[in-house]
Design a protein around this ligand. Sequence first.
Ligand SMILES: Nc1ncnc2c1ncn2[C@@H]1O[C@H](COP(=O)(O)OP(=O)(O)OP(=O)(O)O)[C@@H](O)[C@H]1O
Length: 303
Amino acid sequence: MEQAVIETDHLDYAFQKGDRILNDINLRVPQGSVYGFLGPNGAGKTTTLRLLLGLLRSENPGIHIFGNQMPGNRIDILRRTGSLIEQPSLYLHLTGRENLDVFRRAYECPATRVEEVLRITGLSDAAHKKTKAYSLGMKQRLAIAIALLHDPELLIMDEPTNGLDPNGIIEIRELIRDLNRHQGKTVLVSSHLLAEVEKLATHVGIIHQGKLLFQGTLAELQSFQHRHSFLEIEVDNVVRTEQILSGRFPVFIRGDSTVHVGHSKPAEAALINHMLVGGGVGVSRLCVMGNDLERLFLDIISA
Ligand SMILES: Nc1ncnc2c1ncn2[C@@H]1O[C@H](COP(=O)(O)OP(=O)(O)OP(=O)(O)O)[C@@H](O)[C@H]1O
């Protein structure tokens, strides 16, 4: 098993006594992963990320980052971590390059780093422009460039594509992918959009009402999805359909001409159709249901 960069052990949090926002969260973010931390609004994503960064303190944190306990080793951990959690206050009257230089000095990073992070974030050509002329997507890339100045191994980002137009979303997604694949960063990124996480993440954690409901690789989430899908079939004889299939597949009669059939692999749809037609049943429609992650996500959070 890959080494974990972030691990939490039964993490709980309450802003007010008795009003738990986080409940028994056991996160495991493997080294080299893009971990999509997915959940609807108010699920507890930002609170978790703020705890990881030591911006909030829990009585019993049980947080380890790079194997070191947080918040005890906060300074050492933050030296190796970049974050995008609250919008950095950019100086709008300064250029992108000048903004980076201000933060570079504050963080005591070498001057050469400014051009490097401009290149990594694709802002070299716009570096001389005042940031007030930047699009939202460019401002977000500049914020990521600031987070990269000290060349962290781990990046923690809270909904980095929020508010961006489709082009901006694609740019940030590609940037995160590049940071992971070519710059070797482990990335923990929160989102309320499943489709976004699906396009980007290698690992997924699903949080709802302060509880971690699923954690695993994207492939594990997709296999979970297949186990939860079923076929909706329109036939001319539901009783005969049940007789033919029930020895091998779970069959539920849903109406005069509709049956639902559980199946575990996509290829079984063809086999089921073949069995029915071979058994003299007329099939007028066969449709894979529940076979999108959006529905699975809704199933998981409403379970
Ligand atoms: N400072 C605070 N004081 C009290 N309750 C808070 C505070 N900040 C957040 N909460 C509550 O904690 C819960 C989790 O909020 P959090 O911001 O962590 O969720 P989230 O998953 O990041 O959602 P969003 O995307 O909407 O920010 C919500 O019910 C929210 O109202």
